[in-house]
Ligand binder design. Structure first.
Ligand SMILES: NC(=O)C1=CN([C@@H]2O[C@H](COP(=O)(O)OP(=O)(O)OC[C@H]3O[C@@H](n4cnc5c(N)ncnc54)[C@H](OP(=O)(O)O)[C@@H]3O)[C@@H](O)[C@H]2O)C=CC1
Ligand SMILES: CC(C)=CCC[C@@H](C)[C@H]1CC[C@H]2C3=C(CC[C@]12C)[C@@]1(C)CCC(=O)C[C@@H]1CC3
Length: 346
């Protein structure tokens, strides 16, 4: 292979590369010698070797220059799941993804890796060791999930090995780790406001999570191209987790205690809290023209707190060679260490 060809093979674009997962991915790709372009609505950081393209992914003209010459595109952009702006979710996750697909084809991109979510099958009821064969949620719990389902379908249906365009969706679940803007910050904010004293529902519900650095080291190795991706087996989604189911409340308690806060200990009935969360959500929608407030305990969060939701990543292990690189124990230790500013009293 001459150096020109090698260079083209190693060129990639990370859409949403300024975000939590996207930025970790950019760093790993650089370590592995990729030439990286980032496309994001804002430039979140500066790194030698990274070219930034600032724009909205719904704008094909803005997107195209960022994709030129890339053999692989990682799509990691989405509005925050904390938002309840249905129109925004639809515009970015559904219409925006159509635009990404169109632009990829125009730019001659060969592989598109979507960061979907394991929550595309979650309806608020128990999920135990689920494989990817579980159907999509018929009644998605929020707009985020509703549009992640549509997004994943669009991307997988666009897979066209005959034309040399391969698509794959990875489905992480509850990503955490250094710089995570969601799980640990929301947890600490709730603890600081005295809202983390309660255990919702029963204490034994298990979940799986995905520790970002471990997830990304693997992903950036280019193992995202399924070996079996052939015309007879073109559409693939893969659960990616730490592969160590843990009790939800034990996991949260270890993070809280590690940061100096008390673990939750008083019990509240699941149905009561879920009902209250629904009521608050409804009030927030109805009162929106007059006042804006964002309840901490959304129906989705309460459902996640009170049910089993653990996923099997056997398919990714078998077909993609996936292995979680860090134990859950180590992942929690590293995460706690990375948030000195969120410790009690800091
Ligand atoms: N975090 C988690 O637990 C999980 C996340 N995922 C998925 O992983 C992906 C990455 O998530 P995460 O890193 O946590 O999210 P972040 O919000 O940290 O990153 C997403 C990035 O995309 C940007 N973005 C949003 N809208 C647009 C747009 N219209 N055009 C260009 N860029 C845009 C965001 O900018 P801005 O911040 O300004 O909006 C942000 O920089 C998402 O697809 C998410 O659905 C899946 C499972 C779990
Ligand atoms: C109710 C409670 C005690 C909340 C504190 C922790 C939560 C903030 C997180 C626990 C599980 C997380 C999670 C997500 C966001 C943050 C939590 C609710 C996602 C909804 C993020 C986006 C996804 O694609 C799925 C995630 C599932 C787990």
């Amino acid at each position: 292979m001459n150096s020109g060809v090698r260079e083209v093979c190693k060129r990639c674009t990370v859409i949403g590369g300024s975000g939590f997962l996207g930025r970790h991915l950019v760093e790993k790709l650089l370590e592995r010698g990729y030439i990286v372009s980032v496309f994001d609505i804002l430039q979140g950081f500066e790194l030698p070797g990274v070219t930034f393209h600032v724009g909205d992914l719904c704008d094909r003209q803005a997107l195209l220059p960022a994709l030129q010459g890339a053999s692989v595109v990682f799509h990691c952009a989405s509005p925050s799941p904390a938002s309840d702006d249905r129109a925004l979710f639809h515009r970015v996750n559904v219409e925006g993804t159509r635009t990404v697909l169109q632009a990829c084809r125009e730019a001659g991109v060969q592989r598109l890796v979507l960061t979907s979510s394991a929550s595309v099958v979650f309806e608020g009821t128990d999920i135990k060791n689920a494989s990817e064969d579980l159907p999509y949620a018929r009644r998605p719990i929020d707009y985020y999930t509703e549009t992640k389902i549509q997004q994943e379908k669009l991307v997988l249906e666009a897979c066209d090995p005959g034309r040399g365009f391969l698509t794959v969706a990875i489905r992480p679940h509850g990503i955490f780790g250094p710089r995570d803007p969601q799980l640990v910050p929301i947890l600490v904010d709730s603890a600081r406001r005295g809202k983390m004293k309660f255990i919702i529902g029963f204490t034994l519900n298990m979940i799986t999570l995905a520790y970002s650095p471990a997830l990304l080291s693997w992903r950036a190795e280019g193992r995202v191209r399924p070996r079996e991706l052939t015309p007879s087996c073109p559409r693939q989604a893969y659960h990616i987790t730490n592969d160590e189911p843990v009790r939800f409340w034990e996991f949260l308690s270890r993070l809280l205690v590690g940061l100096g806060y008390e673990a939750p200990r008083y019990h509240l009935p699941y149905r009561l809290v879920y009902g209250l969360a629904l009521l608050l959500w409804l009030l927030a929608v109805l009162l929106r023209p007059l006042l804006t407030f964002r309840p901490t305990f959304t129906p989705m969060r309460v459902a996640l707190a009170g049910t089993h939701h653990y996923y099997s990543c056997a398919r990714a292990k078998q077909e993609l060679g996936y292995r979680p690189l860090v134990s859950l124990e180590e992942a929690i230790t590293q995460t706690v260490r990375s948030y000195p500013h969120l410790r009690l009293g800091a």
